[in-house]
Write a protein that binds this ligand. Structure first.
Ligand SMILES: *[C@@H]1O[C@H](CO)[C@@H](O)[C@H](O)[C@H]1NC(C)=O
Ligand SMILES: *[C@@H]1O[C@H](CO)[C@@H](O)[C@H](O)[C@H]1NC(C)=O
Ligand SMILES: *[C@@H]1O[C@H](CO)[C@@H](O)[C@H](O)[C@H]1NC(C)=O
Length: 296
């Protein structure tokens, strides 16, 4: 009983502490990037720490070192990455009171999977910067890969994205969304069609997503990497062709993932930036993203 009381008091004490400071921020980098390069996530981390004095910023590293982190972005299945991250988040005492999350490029849809699959610790705001929520069909350019490697990746995806071994081995295939073969995508995508509730409806995903206070989607208007760029706002090609775009509100996912309810509750925020993939200035970030992180 005494022990129980002690624990209770401790819990209340830490709960109050956690509530008083700014909420921690978790970052998930994109493909071809890592947790800690000084010119990318490193500088974003520093920027947030400077702008919101005293914030704890965790830039996720997937794997034991930076080389593994880089490789994971191409070769470690998103289900395994998400599990790895959930495990890291729950072990981190500083996040126990909740956190805001910012995903860059594919890190956007991966963090959405974290929100849907792991409700503890609670994610308060999900900010997806250039994420591909309905996947990609085409990969006009690849960040940080040589032209040859990029060409190879592109050919592989067009030719064999839905082969079982590629779905297992290549991260980008797990969110390859071929609107000309919509049924094949639904059945064979080993990640995206699952988290988008397109195979069957997982009510837990809907409930957990709706626990977010805000879901912010940032689209780059002149993106030459994400195709179609509307995927960053959850839009995609209408099935059967690859020119006309169907916005989120007209796609089945709107209801099947409970985004209609979030929208109704004023939780969805669509932002756009002029520029190519992930090309935003620190001024834009400070004006548009920082205020969202200051809310507890
Ligand atoms: C940030 O916080 C530290 C420690 O609380 C304090 O010493 C410092 O003056 C603060 N800086 C700014 C710019 O508020
Ligand atoms: C639905 O998602 C939850 C959270 O990831 C998971 O535990 C559960 O097994 C899923 N349900 C089905 C039927 O796959
Ligand atoms: C970027 O795209 C927007 C919207 O399509 C367009 O208005 C703008 O001119 C483009 N900017 C550049 C630099 O290409």
């Amino acid at each position: 009983m005494v022990l129980f009381k002690g624990l209770l008091i401790l819990t209340i004490f830490y709960g109050a502490l956690a509530a008083s400071g700014p909420l921690p921020v978790v970052l998930w980098h994109g493909m071809g990037d890592t947790c800690c390069f000084p010119f990318s996530m490193g500088s974003i981390k520093k920027l947030i720490e400077t702008e919101i004095n005293g914030t704890y910023v965790l830039s996720l590293r997937i794997g034991g070192n930076i080389a593994l982190d880089y490789e994971s972005g191409f070769f470690l299945h998103p289900d395994d990455q998400v599990r790895y991250v959930c495990d890291q988040l729950i072990k981190d005492e500083q996040l126990a009171g909740g956190y805001h999350a910012i995903g860059f490029s594919q890190g956007g849809q991966f963090l959405r999977a974290v929100a849907q699959r792991c409700s503890s610790p609670p994610m308060k705001t999900l900010i997806s910067i250039g994420g591909q929520h309905q996947g990609v069909f085409g990969l006009p350019k690849c960040p940080s890969l040589s032209n040859n490697a990029c060409e190879h990746l592109r050919k592989l995806l067009y030719r064999a994205a839905y082969k079982e071994w590629i779905q297992r081995e290549l991260v980008q295939a797990t969110y390859w969304h071929d609107p000309l073969h919509e049924e094949e995508y639904r059945q064979k995508s080993s990640f995206l069609s699952n988290i988008n509730n397109e195979v069957f409806i997982n009510q837990t995903y809907i409930d957990n997503l709706n626990k977010l206070e805000k879901f912010v989607m940032v689209m780059f208007l002149n993106d030459t990497i994400v195709q179609p760029r509307e995927s960053q706002w959850f839009g995609f090609y209408a099935p059967g062709q690859d020119t006309a775009i169907r916005p989120l509100t007209q796609s089945g996912i709107y209801e099947d993932l409970g985004l209609d309810k979030m929208d109704h509750d004023g939780k969805l925020l669509h932002l756009s930036v002029e520029g190519d993939h992930l090309q935003m200035t620190s001024t834009w970030f400070i004006e548009n993203i920082i205020p969202l992180l200051k809310k507890n």
